[in-house]
Design a protein around this ligand. Structure first.
Ligand SMILES: [Ca+2]
Ligand SMILES: [Ca+2]
Ligand SMILES: [Ca+2]
Ligand SMILES: [Ca+2]
Length: 547
């Protein structure tokens, strides 16, 4: 199936400087001695870098440490800070960006409708690079290799990597693992994104059939709106301070080796080893973690939800997450100080073995020190609240009957159903201002318990009405809707003779507001029809292009 990542997330990118330039790359038709124009494109990103076509800064001496002085290299080269390299369809091989410190982002982006494929991308000693819309997989390489698909390194010789953004990329080991044995999975699955960088943004990427999903072991990073689907290791890892993981989907764990799989995992590392320091200020917000979608999934694993066993963890916020696992650890913090666990929904994936079911737990540190000052509030939980030492704990609700509480548990629609005792039973005190799908709290007069705030007028629609603005339009128009639950989105545009001219497909994305942009391209003036299908609900709307 053709998957087009064309999603413009609500948080838009800072516009490039006024005089920025655009260059084109085409590994099949390009020539390095060209000028990089649309008509005369260059070859691959690596060859452009290696041919000194990028003006940038490099370390003056090595090893390069953060803050050491830099020197301008390739002065007068055509590509400068703020510029964009547009990549056309083709195979780009491995890309290693090293010792390139820009003063503003240089963007490497897929041309619309094109699929540039990289084997892997590695950053060592870099600043201000932006990857957008790329496909990263070794499955197109002449020889398959298990590799980290994107590696952002804090390198002890070339220097640190900071201000790297990876957005709208498609990362996978292979497209289809149907024929993979457990041994194949163990040997061949690639880790998707491993980052040691600071100020790294990892947004709206689709990581499929991977070993570990997305790991951040640098400070002050943002990991949001990503999907990690089918993974052998841990879905997400956050090992350093002030990282935010929000609105990600992690689903389908594979049991193919000795790893204990976690939807999200963290631990501290101090001078005495694991568990002897503190991880500060992590935010886990609005993530959906699902042990497995298909009960017949091959190599089905047992997933721990949010598993944090080696604190301390201080000043964490864990809110609006949905955790559906068949394990004891739904949300567990062992060694927590001033952490807040509010408005999460934690449920047992398989209630036929109800003895194996998830709790919310704030436990002592493994060294026996007590957790202090934590708040556990407004949560739905299946098994128990398990608190080792006195913490603040109120307005939580045990839920065992899914049919009477959720719209459709079987379809992963965890919205509250009319009549659920969770509705209006929470407290406003520290409740998040919005729920997992962006609906403001409270709906009705009172706050609900769990990740979803019940909205009576929604009934069981999967999405809100389509808004197309402007309409009529001349250059482009914005198609907006709010996905009200977890779902597969198909957006199609037809011309007046019924031919499909555009298709956007996003699988199993998280509830929130989405914007798609319809550009006029070479289409003629006239009437077009926009169809939106989510799960089995369809809506359509007319849009007029006037040239
Ligand atoms: Ca596993
Ligand atoms: Ca783990
Ligand atoms: Ca169970
Ligand atoms: Ca309410």
């Amino acid at each position: 199936m053709k998957i087009i990542y064309f999603l413009t997330v609500i948080i838009s990118v800072v516009p490039p400087p006024l005089f920025s330039s655009t260059f084109y790359l085409d590994p099949e038709e390009g020539i390095l001695s060209n000028d990089g124009s649309s008509e005369r494109p260059w070859t691959t990103v690596q060859e452009v870098l290696d041919s000194n076509l990028v003006e940038t800064y490099a370390p003056f001496e090595y090893p390069y440490m953060e803050g050491d002085s830099l020197t301008l290299i390739n002065e007068g080269a055509p590509v400068k800070a703020g510029d964009t390299l547009i990549c056309r369809t083709g195979y780009y091989g491995s890309l290693h960006i090293s010792r390139n410190f820009n003063t503003d982002y240089i963007t490497i982006v897929a041309e619309e409708g094109n699929t540039p494929v990289f084997k892997n991308i590695r950053f060592t000693g870099t600043r201000y690079w932006y990857l957008k819309g790329l496909t990263i997989t070794p499955s197109s390489a002449p020889e398959y290799e298990n590799t980290t698909l994107i590696s952002i390194e804090w390198h002890d010789w070339s220097g640190p990597s900071t201000y790297i953004t990876v957005e709208d990329c498609y990362l996978h080991s292979i497209e289809n693992t149907f024929f993979w044995s457990a041994e194949n999975w163990d040997e061949l699955s690639c880790t998707a994104i491993s980052s040691q960088g600071k100020h790294v943004i990892i947004r709206n990427n689709y990581c499929k059939n991977v070993n570990f999903g997305i790991s951040s072991s640098g400070d002050s990073c943002l990991v949001e709106y990503n999907t990690v689907e089918n993974f052998a290791g841990d879905g997400l890892r956050g090992l350093r301070d002030y990282n935010t993981f929000q609105y990600n989907i992690v689903k389908n764990s594979y049991d193919v080796n000795g790893n204990h799989d976690d939807g999200f995992q963290s631990w501290s590392v101090g001078e005495g080893g694991v568990g002897t320091d503190t991880v500060w200020g992590v935010i886990l917000r609005g993530n959906t973690i699902i042990n497995y979608e298909d009960p017949n999934q091959p190599h089905r694993g047992t997933l721990q939800g949010i598993g944090c066993f080696d604190g301390f963890y201080a000043d964490w916020i864990v809110e609006n997450n949905v955790v559906i696992v068949n394990h004891y650890h739904g949300i567990t913090l062992s060694g927590a100080v001033n952490c807040r666990i509010t408005n999460n929904t934690v449920l047992d994936r398989d209630t036929t073995d109800s003895d194996i079911s998830p709790w919310i737990r704030v436990g002592n540190h493994k060294d026996g020190s007590a957790s202090v000052g934590c708040i556990v509030r407004n949560n739905i939980y299946y098994r128990s609240l398990s608190i080792d030492s006195p913490q603040t704990e109120d307005h939580n609700l045990m839920v065992r009957n899914y049919d009477s509480n959720f719209v459709d548990f079987g379809q992963f629609d965890f919205r509250l159903k009319e009549g659920s005792p969770a509705i209006d039973a929470g407290t406003r005190n520290l409740a998040p201002a919005i729920d997992i799908r962006g609906t403001s709290r409270p709906q009705g007069s009172l706050y609900d318990i769990g990740a979803y705030e019940y909205a009576a007028e929604e009934e069981s629609n999967f999405f809100s009405p389509l808004i197309i603005y402007p309409n009529p339009f001349n250059t482009f128009t914005d198609i907006t809707f709010t996905l009200l639950t977890y779902g597969d989105v198909h957006l199609e545009i037809y011309n007046s003779s019924g031919a499909k001219i555009k298709e956007y497909v996003d699988h199993s994305i998280t509830p929130r507001t989405y914007h798609y942009t319809f550009h006029r391209e070479n289409f003629g003036s006239g009437v077009y029809f926009v169809y939106l299908k989510v799960n089995n609900q369809v809506a359509s709307k007319k849009v007029i292009l006037v040239k």
